[in-house]
Write a protein that binds this ligand. Structure first.
Ligand code: MTE
Ligand code: MO
Length: 351
């Protein structure tokens, strides 16, 4: 792992990991926490998930009870809103991630809907707020909490996961329970989840109202210094794709076919196609897609290309999702460095 920070822990996945499999191994999955007061052990028999607020029957569920509910499984990409922030120009404050603040796993757990139905959501509920066991380091600082609209929370896809790639969640990734919000940025995927509150009014806590907000513009894009922009909570992800087997500066023999391969994901929709360019975006060829692990998963792609002329070349890869949304040719910019999804360029030479 690439150590970005120790307290609270920020660990980045080394990029070569994404070339090996569409599933990111648990012990190489990126780690991000906001506060450094994080339990280092959990007493499984004593742990309870409570459900309260605008419900008929408040619940206090043991892990045994939760594991006994109908089980669901889903492959989904978890990506930090600030993934790739280190490439944002002009530069912005925040963790200077390369492209490794993302990962794909098979999540196993229970539907959030099933738990909310059990508690019986009352009329007038508008949002559901999620809180975990981690705490701020100083008194008065805002506890990390995130909320979803009630209809989203009850869509049958949002999941409370207890396993990741067939194993119990690692402590750093949220043992014993974490929220999984397919297609949405990972800031909503609350770890060490132990408290669910159904709210009668929109959540105005710091982590919804102030932090993790984006300009309400296409690609959350603004001009540096621009003011008076309407801000909204960050939400769904957009398509991205990467070459995983060729690094910047690689050199190839001119005139011979070379394999390019990588990963793509469609954001909140599946991958419809991946196109590849060996001439800096002047012409594009379709790449072959690998096995479909579900619309929220990484999808592998590969193609062959030939660099006819000796010299410098730019390789590019572009994902289009099943909603018809493609990666843009120009990088977006916003003050937090969120939602980067520009078409990636890899500079290579032919000799
Ligand atoms: N309890 C809790 N859950 C949290 C956070 C946090 O600080 N505390 N950070 C969120 C953010 S911003 C990200 S990017 C993901 C990171 O998940 P991971 O560490 O499993 O990769 O966790 C989310 N869930
Ligand atoms: Mo994040």
């Amino acid at each position: 792992m690439i150590l970005q920070r120790t307290r609270p822990p920020l660990l980045e996945t080394p990029f070569e990991v994404f070339d090996r499999s569409v599933f990111t191994p648990n012990d190489q999955f990126y780690v991000r926490w906001h506060w450094a007061v994080i339990p280092t052990s959990i007493e499984v028999a004593k742990f309870r998930l409570i459900v309260h607020g605008q419900v008929e029957t408040p619940l206090s569920l043991s892990l045994e009870e939760i594991v006994g509910l109908p089980r669901v499984e889903l492959a989904a990409v978890s990506q930090c809103s600030g993934n790739s922030r280190g490439y944002v120009l002009p530069r912005v404050a925040g963790a200077q991630w390369s492209n490794g603040a993302m990962g794909n796993a098979k999540w196993t757990g229970v539907r959030l809907k099933d738990i909310l139905d059990r508690a019986g959501v009352k009329a007038g509920a508008v949002q559901v707020r999620f809180n975990g066991l981690d705490e701020p380091v100083v008194e008065g600082a805002p506890d990390f909490m995130k909320s979803l609209d009630i209809d989203h929370a009850r869509d049958g896809e949002v999941m409370i996961a207890y396993a990741m790639n067939g194993q119990q969640l690692p402590l750093l990734n949220g043992f014993p329970l974490r929220l999984v919000v397919p297609g949405w940025y990972s800031t909503y995927w609350v770890k060490m989840l132990n408290d669910i509150e159904v709210l009668a009014q929109p959540d105005s806590n710091y982590w919804m109202k102030t932090a993790y907000t984006i300009p309400d513009t296409p690609y959350a894009n603004v001009t540096p210094g621009q003011t008076g922009v309407k801000m909204v909570p960050i939400n769904r992800m957009e398509p991205r794709s990467f070459i995983t087997n060729i690094q910047n500066g690689a050199s190839f023999a001119a005139g011979s076919p070379t394999l390019a391969r990588g990963i793509a994901f469609g954001g909140d929709y599946g991958v419809a196609k991946v196109d590849f360019s060996a001439d800096g975006g002047k012409s594009w060829q379709p790449a072959q897609l690998g096995q479909d692990e579900g619309k929220y998963s990484f999808r592998q792609w590969e193609t062959y290309f030939t660099l006819a002329a000796k010299g410098n070349h730019s390789l590019m890869v572009r994902c289009t999702n099943s909603k018809g949304e493609a990666q843009p040719g120009n990088a977006n910019w916003n003050p937090a460095g969120f939602m980067r999804n520009v078409i990636e360029t890899t500079a290579v030479t032919a000799a």
